[in-house]
Design a protein around this ligand. Sequence first.
Ligand SMILES: *[C@@H]1O[C@H](CO)[C@@H](O)[C@H](O)[C@H]1NC(C)=O
Ligand SMILES: *[C@@H]1O[C@H](CO)[C@@H](O)[C@H](O)[C@H]1NC(C)=O
Ligand SMILES: *[C@@H]1O[C@H](CO)[C@@H](O)[C@H](O)[C@H]1NC(C)=O
Ligand SMILES: *[C@@H]1O[C@H](CO)[C@@H](O)[C@H](O)[C@H]1NC(C)=O
Ligand SMILES: *[C@@H]1O[C@H](CO)[C@@H](O)[C@H](O)[C@H]1NC(C)=O
Ligand SMILES: *[C@@H]1O[C@H](CO)[C@@H](O)[C@H](O)[C@H]1NC(C)=O
Length: 829
Amino acid sequence: MVPAWLWLLCLFVPQVFPEAQPAELCVEVPENYGGNFPLYLTKLPLPCEEAEGQLVLSGNSSTAAEGPFAVDPESGFLLLTRALDREEQAEYQLQVTLEAEDGRVLWGPQSVLVRVKDENDQVPHFSQAIYKVRLSQGTRPGIPFFFLEASDGDEPGTANSDLRFHILNQSPAEPSPDMFQLEPQLGALALSPKGSTSLDQALERPYQLLIQVKDMGDQASGHQSTATIDVSIVENTWVPLDPVHLAENLQVPYPHHIAQVHWSGGDVHYHLESQPPGPFDVHAEGELYVTGELDREAQAEYLLQVWAQNSRGENYTEPLELHVVVMDENDNAPVCPPRGPPISIPELSPPGTEVARLLMEDLDAPGSLNSHVVYLLLSPESEEGAEGRAFELNSTSGSVTLGPAPLQAGQNVLIQVLAIDRGGAEDGLSSTCEIAVMVTDINDHAPEFTTSQIEPVSLPEDAEPGTLVATLMATDADLEPAFRLMDFAIEAGDAGGNFGLDWEPDSGYVQLRLLKNLSYEAAPSHKLVVVVRSVAELVGPGPGPGATATVTVLVERVVPPPKLDQDSYEVSVPVSAPAGSFLLTIRPSDPTSRPLRFSLVNDSEGWFCIEEFSGEVHTARLLQGARPGDMYTILLEAQDADEPMLRTSATLTIHFLKAPYAPALTLAPVPTRHLCTPRQDHGVVVSGSREDPGLASVHGPYSFALGPNPTVQRDWHLQALNGSHAYLTLGLHWVEPREHVVPVVVSHNAQMWQIQVRVIVCRCNVEGQCMRKVGRMKGMPTKMSAVGILVGTLIAIGIFLILIFTHLTLARKKELDQPVDSVPLKVAV
Ligand SMILES: *[C@@H]1O[C@H](CO)[C@@H](O)[C@H](O)[C@H]1NC(C)=O
Ligand SMILES: *[C@@H]1O[C@H](CO)[C@@H](O)[C@H](O)[C@H]1NC(C)=O
Ligand SMILES: *[C@@H]1O[C@H](CO)[C@@H](O)[C@H](O)[C@H]1NC(C)=O
Ligand SMILES: *[C@@H]1O[C@H](CO)[C@@H](O)[C@H](O)[C@H]1NC(C)=O
Ligand SMILES: *[C@@H]1O[C@H](CO)[C@@H](O)[C@H](O)[C@H]1NC(C)=O
Ligand SMILES: *[C@@H]1O[C@H](CO)[C@@H](O)[C@H](O)[C@H]1NC(C)=O
């Protein structure tokens, strides 16, 4: 229907649109047409009005000119003149044009496609009449081991060339008549399941198969031809492979043959897979190759699988497996562990303390010599002998320990270790590893004073609290600032708490300061023991002698200038006062102060004198020229008896009185006293009170003075005891032994009297006592005892005289210097 419709379109379109390009005409001609010729194929769509031209036929076929086609000029039909063979030419492309006399194209060109319709006129053919095929035992059933080839000249894709293969006969028909199966369309020959199971029992002789190929598909009709297949059964050579050992880094030309597989059947392709993927390949003949160097450290083992496949990639049987073991080579040096931060080791750590353990990695095969690492200490080198080693290395374990040599705090040590594999053999590979070690400080040094001998420090008594006495310096050999902190204390010598210490926490200086007033009397010197200690706890032996310093502070006595009890003195004296009259006593303000020495500075008249030590002022002579009512001022001076530079002065104003010197000096004899000479610590107490009953109303306080006689003043010394008594002692070391009458002037207010003190001066005996006259002694001896004493004394004198005379004969010049009166008086009589 549709081709008919198209056919009409082909015919009428050019007539409707005469100017338009005519569409191509399609004509189909049966092959091997058996009817009459010419065969009218189709009418060309010529224009109706123009018929005077000439129709020209041309085509790509060389046969176009004298070919099987022609155009009938009358009818305008395309003609076929003879039968066509599709196998010779299947299509013809023709062109028809209408040309004028002058060759002008009047119409066309009209192209016509002539197709030759196929007829099953060709017989299929096998490519060979006899095929020889090898079949390996062990081939799986259904896997084609041979593909038949046959051809048919008829048009491809049509039933005329649709071929089917069949086994017509199997010889021998043993052990089964249908050992093989042939895929009808593809011609793929395979073992049938039955054939597969019985193949091994089959005799090793070839099978002959008669096979047929037929066209027209599955239709019963069709052309056919036959051929023979000789199937020879061959032994299965697909046998397991031994493992292959390959050295890594093998320096050989690649690809390098490692094994061979062989599938004895025909038409085989080998396929290799490596698990994990590796540089392996299989060649067409079944040779296995390694195509590049292997690295055991990357992959130590491979499992190769090789398949024998047919041309369609189907496996004939199970794969063969090949183990490839990569053998180790010492191609890896030991690898140092990554260098971390320095390792801290406290100083004084005991020998044997582990500093670090080198965990070296050698990538070569574990447990083999290639990964057997031995260690060698490169640095620090031992200085002298084993004693000098600060570090030791265990060559097998790589453990670095402390050696006997001590480390110093703050030291940074770089330990270098050589690690060699192959057990340290010469051909071993090596690496040098470094370990940084930092020796940290511990508080093992006690602080010490730089000098423990400090010059004695003199400090005046009046030094103010806060005064710096001394600065001591201490040092600590530790490095760590926390271990250098010091604490100071006064350990001894400051019971009174007079001194204190002052220091900055992080400096080694400590200042010894005065805290309280010093007193020479309380302590003329202080021996201070200052100790320094580490604030942090000390490790190791305790502080040595250097941690103690002794500071001797000598207190300088400060003597204040003398001070008198009054700033100025006034006294009245009658102009008629006799020489030696007592006026007044100048006293220091503090009776306990040191002794003073008094003098008058500008007594130009020479009227007065002052007792050098007691400060008593007397008239030195009669006040001749002094007029009553007059005033006489003199300057007096007091010096420290020991420090003459310390002095003070005061004015003494004397008012002369008109009043006559009424009471005459009354002589009051006092009982005789004994004093011995040379001077002993004895004296005579003199009472100032008058024995005169008429004047008994006068009571102390009295002033005492010696009489004006210079000899008396030289020989005697008078000292006021209290308001009523004075003490008379010898003024010289030696005073003539006899009875002395010492005048003592006693005064009270304006009254003045004289006491005659009778003193017997005698020689002192050995007890420092006076040898008194017997008559004055109490308890006289009896006559009997006197006679006894006399006899004993006479005997003693006799012996004594003998001794003297003997002594005199021996040393004639030597005299007895013992005075005669040294002999007890009673005896001398
Ligand atoms: C002529 O043309 C037809 C159709 O295009 C083609 O099949 C055929 O092979 C050609 N013949 C030659 C000799 O070129
Ligand atoms: C055949 O061999 C391939 C490897 O090439 C494998 O992947 C496949 O599974 C095999 N086929 C059978 C049926 O064993
Ligand atoms: C070295 O270390 C190994 C293993 O720790 C040990 O067996 C060996 O005694 C050590 N050698 C020395 C000298 O300490
Ligand atoms: C210490 O002496 C000063 C004068 O030298 C004095 O003023 C002060 O009162 C004294 N302090 C004590 C506590 O005795
Ligand atoms: C002694 O010195 C004092 C003070 O300088 C003075 O007042 C007085 O008049 C002097 N006396 C004589 C006698 O020069
Ligand atoms: C003064 O001293 C003397 C001698 O030591 C003593 O006998 C007398 O009682 C004392 N007088 C007074 C008032 O203390």
